[in-house]
Write a protein that binds this ligand. Structure first.
Ligand code: GLA
Length: 400
């Protein structure tokens, strides 16, 4: 089978600033272009370090060139009204009466407004349009991107808040307003991504650094399984609660333990009777995954892509067997991907139970990888994969 042309797996370009401002004008009539804002906020792929962020561990995500864009004109009426350009649907809320979550996409905007106001950050009303090239519920953090784009759209003085702080406020929106007890990784990556690099974040100290990716020797290919990320808040929150309870049990013998971040394999071994086999497996994933993040950064620093690939595959096995958040579809995609010559390694990425895998592949083999999943995956899963060769891009910001 001939491989697909390279262009086929590049993401679609998002609408330009002018196109978005044109759409805004068609919807709201005349507005002052000088005070309008156009924000972009990217999705993310996590290279490695899964389910470690809320255990105060290490993550290595990168922001991707699939993104959300919001064009807005400020208003003085303290209301926020946003139209989705894909469906034409408009949703609104009042900044002074945000109310409870509605189980609707506007919750991510309203929750962000709530969180910023709780932190004393002055907001302004807005009329806005929103466009996205980031598929929702795919594990590529469309919700974090929507939160970050909303935060900078609504802040009266956006220059007064730095990216890391904004990421934390958006995480709070998701934790306390939307009700998902996520860690900081997604919001951090969408806010702080660096072009050509992954970002290594220590989720305890919040120290971070860019880790350049050798893009001339390796492409990053994302494959969507076609099954949306069904890890609803409850399954995710349950994993998190299990990890926190395990840390409390281990801390009875080792008072210095504050989170699974502090637990060694020897401590786990000692406590495994008390924890039970399932919880012990969950802990083993987190402990070994933190070590794999460090090993991946070292392998990238010395340019050893075969080692990076092996670590990705080990991470997948650990998520599948120990943390148990993979799915038959994701496992099939990883198997297909890793059998293609030129693929260094692949793993599920994000929370799991559906969504996407990420593969690290020699640039000249990326099309063959796309062709292999399109050929072999539908028969194994009954689903159509979607394939993108993504690029690591800068975090959220204005479109000049
Ligand atoms: C989701 C959460 C993140 C992180 C990942 C798993 O994406 O939002 O905080 O926990 O799952 O690594």
């Amino acid at each position: 089978m001939p491989s697909a042309p390279a262009g086929r797996i590049r993401p679609e370009p998002p609408p330009t600033r002018d196109e978005l401002l044109g759409e805004l004008g068609r919807r709201i009539g005349r507005f002052d272009r000088a005070t309008a804002r156009v924000l972009r906020a990217p999705g993310r792929v996590n290279l490695i370090g899964e389910h470690t962020d809320y255990n105060e561990g290490l993550v290595l995500p990168f922001a991707i060139d699939l993104e959300i864009r919001i064009a807005s004109a400020p208003t003085d009426d303290r209301t926020v009204e946003i139209t989705r350009l894909d469906t034409g649907e408009t949703a609104a809320f009042a900044l002074d009466a945000i109310g409870e979550r509605r189980n609707h996409w506007i919750d991510y905007v309203a929750g962000t407004a709530w969180s910023l106001q709780e932190a004393g950050i002055p907001l302004r009303g807005a009329r806005a349009v929103i466009a996205s090239t980031l598929p929702p519920s795919s594990g590529l953090s469309s919700s974090a991107a929507l939160e970050l784009a909303s935060a900078w759209t609504l802040a009266r003085d956006p220059e007064a808040v730095d990216g890391l702080r904004m990421a934390q406020l958006c995480q709070r929106a998701e934790n306390e307003y939307v009700g998902v007890q996520c860690g900081l990784m997604d919001q951090f990556a969408s806010a702080m991504g660096r072009p050509g690099a992954a970002v290594l974040l220590d989720c305890r100290s919040l120290e971070w650094r860019a880790v350049p990716l050798p893009l001339e020797r390796a492409s990053l290919v994302v494959v969507h399984s076609g099954s949306s990320r069904t890890l609803d808040g409850s399954a995710y929150n349950a994993r998190r609660a299990q990890c926190e309870e395990a840390a409390r049990v281990i801390a009875r013998r080792h008072p210095q333990v504050r989170a699974l971040r502090d637990v060694t394999l020897a401590m786990l071994e000692e406590a495994s009777g008390e924890l039970g086999a399932e919880t012990a497996r969950r802990c083993r994933h987190v402990i070994t995954e933190n070590a794999r993040v460090l090993a991946t950064v070292e392998a990238l620093d010395r340019g050893d892509l075969d080692a990076v690939g092996r670590l990705l595959v080990e991470s997948h096995a650990s998520l599948r067997d120990d943390f148990e958040v993979s799915s038959a579809d994701l496992d099939a995609l990883v198997e297909i991907a890793t059998s293609v010559p030129g693929v260094f390694g692949a793993r599920m990425t994000g929370a799991g139970f559906g969504g996407c895998i990420v593969a690290l592949v020699r640039p000249d083999a990326a099309d063959a990888l796309g062709a292999a999943v399109r050929r072999d995956y539908p028969a194994r899963s009954g689903l159509e994969p979607r394939v993108w060769a993504v690029s690591p891009v800068a975090g959220a910001g204005w479109l000049a």
